[in-house]
Design a protein around this ligand. Sequence first.
Ligand SMILES: [Zn+2]
Length: 124
Amino acid sequence: MHEMAITQSVVDAVCEHAEGRRVHAVTVEVGALCAVVPDAMRFCFEVAAETTVAAGAELILLVIPGTAACRTCGAEFRLPDPILLCPCGSADVEIRSGRELRIRSMEVSEACAQPAGAATTPPR
Ligand SMILES: [Zn+2]
Protein backbone atom coordinates (compact mmCIF):
# COMPACT_ATOMS: atom_id res chain seq x y z
CA MET A 1 0.00 0.00 0.00
CA HIS A 2 1.27 3.39 -1.15
CA GLU A 3 -0.02 5.21 1.97
CA MET A 4 1.68 2.83 4.39
CA ALA A 5 5.18 3.67 3.17
CA ILE A 6 4.47 7.40 3.21
CA THR A 7 2.87 7.27 6.62
CA GLN A 8 5.69 5.21 8.06
CA SER A 9 8.20 7.87 7.04
CA VAL A 10 5.99 10.54 8.63
CA VAL A 11 5.77 8.58 11.89
CA ASP A 12 9.54 8.03 11.88
CA ALA A 13 10.20 11.75 11.44
CA VAL A 14 7.63 12.70 14.07
CA CYS A 15 9.10 10.33 16.65
CA GLU A 16 12.58 11.60 15.95
CA HIS A 17 11.54 15.23 16.51
CA ALA A 18 9.41 14.40 19.53
CA GLU A 19 12.55 13.23 21.37
CA GLY A 20 10.56 11.08 23.71
CA ARG A 21 7.75 13.55 24.32
CA ARG A 22 4.18 12.47 23.80
CA VAL A 23 2.74 13.52 20.44
CA HIS A 24 -0.88 14.72 20.39
CA ALA A 25 -1.39 15.90 16.84
CA VAL A 26 0.53 16.04 13.60
CA THR A 27 -0.30 18.28 10.66
CA VAL A 28 0.96 17.05 7.32
CA GLU A 29 0.79 18.77 3.96
CA VAL A 30 0.11 16.39 1.13
CA GLY A 31 0.11 17.40 -2.50
CA ALA A 32 -2.95 16.35 -4.45
CA LEU A 33 -0.68 14.74 -7.02
CA CYS A 34 0.74 12.33 -4.45
CA ALA A 35 -2.50 10.40 -4.96
CA VAL A 36 -2.85 9.77 -1.25
CA VAL A 37 -6.23 8.74 0.08
CA PRO A 38 -6.70 10.72 3.33
CA ASP A 39 -8.78 8.03 5.03
CA ALA A 40 -6.25 5.35 4.16
CA MET A 41 -3.46 7.56 5.42
CA ARG A 42 -5.21 8.20 8.73
CA PHE A 43 -5.71 4.48 9.18
CA CYS A 44 -2.07 3.73 8.34
CA PHE A 45 -0.97 6.46 10.75
CA GLU A 46 -2.88 4.85 13.59
CA VAL A 47 -1.29 1.48 12.85
CA ALA A 48 2.24 2.84 12.32
CA ALA A 49 2.09 5.04 15.43
CA GLU A 50 0.61 2.39 17.68
CA THR A 51 3.83 1.40 19.45
CA THR A 52 5.44 4.86 19.39
CA VAL A 53 5.16 8.17 21.29
CA ALA A 54 2.68 9.22 18.59
CA ALA A 55 0.17 6.54 19.54
CA GLY A 56 -3.34 7.96 19.49
CA ALA A 57 -2.20 11.25 17.96
CA GLU A 58 -4.50 13.01 15.58
CA LEU A 59 -3.35 13.22 11.98
CA ILE A 60 -4.43 16.41 10.26
CA LEU A 61 -4.01 16.35 6.51
CA LEU A 62 -3.82 19.52 4.45
CA VAL A 63 -4.21 18.72 0.80
CA ILE A 64 -2.27 21.08 -1.45
CA PRO A 65 -3.94 21.42 -4.84
CA GLY A 66 -1.89 20.61 -7.89
CA THR A 67 -0.91 23.53 -10.10
CA ALA A 68 1.22 23.66 -13.20
CA ALA A 69 2.56 26.19 -15.67
CA CYS A 70 2.53 25.68 -19.42
CA ARG A 71 5.81 26.33 -21.25
CA THR A 72 3.99 26.71 -24.55
CA CYS A 73 1.36 29.34 -23.75
CA GLY A 74 2.49 30.51 -20.32
CA ALA A 75 -0.81 29.74 -18.60
CA GLU A 76 -0.96 28.54 -15.03
CA PHE A 77 -3.69 26.09 -14.28
CA ARG A 78 -5.02 23.63 -11.74
CA LEU A 79 -4.13 19.98 -12.02
CA PRO A 80 -7.06 17.94 -10.75
CA ASP A 81 -5.18 14.72 -11.49
CA PRO A 82 -1.66 13.71 -12.47
CA ILE A 83 -2.36 14.10 -16.19
CA LEU A 84 -0.04 16.83 -17.35
CA LEU A 85 -1.88 18.60 -20.09
CA CYS A 86 -2.52 22.32 -20.53
CA PRO A 87 -5.99 23.40 -21.69
CA CYS A 88 -4.21 24.71 -24.83
CA GLY A 89 -3.30 21.13 -25.69
CA SER A 90 0.38 21.28 -24.84
CA ALA A 91 1.95 18.60 -22.66
CA ASP A 92 5.04 20.73 -22.06
CA VAL A 93 4.07 21.73 -18.55
CA GLU A 94 5.95 22.24 -15.34
CA ILE A 95 4.48 21.22 -12.00
CA ARG A 96 4.42 24.09 -9.53
CA SER A 97 2.71 22.43 -6.59
CA GLY A 98 0.91 19.26 -5.67
CA ARG A 99 3.82 16.94 -4.96
CA GLU A 100 4.52 18.13 -1.44
CA LEU A 101 4.73 15.80 1.46
CA ARG A 102 5.93 17.51 4.57
CA ILE A 103 5.19 17.78 8.23
CA ARG A 104 3.90 21.27 8.82
CA SER A 105 3.65 21.15 12.59
CA MET A 106 3.24 18.81 15.48
CA GLU A 107 1.85 19.13 18.94
CA VAL A 108 3.79 17.48 21.74
CA SER A 109 3.11 17.34 25.45
CA GLU A 110 5.48 20.09 26.61
CA ALA A 111 5.74 22.72 23.90
CA CYS A 112 4.41 23.28 20.43
CA ALA A 113 6.99 22.64 17.78
CA GLN A 114 5.77 25.61 15.78
CA PRO A 115 2.56 27.57 15.37
CA ALA A 116 0.35 26.58 12.51
CA GLY A 117 0.18 29.19 9.80
CA ALA A 118 -2.71 29.85 7.48
CA ALA A 119 -4.49 26.66 6.62
CA THR A 120 -4.93 27.51 2.98
CA THR A 121 -2.53 28.22 0.16
CA PRO A 122 -3.20 31.57 -1.49
CA PRO A 123 -4.26 31.33 -5.12
CA ARG A 124 -1.52 31.94 -7.64
ZN1 LIG B 1 -0.70 25.95 -22.64
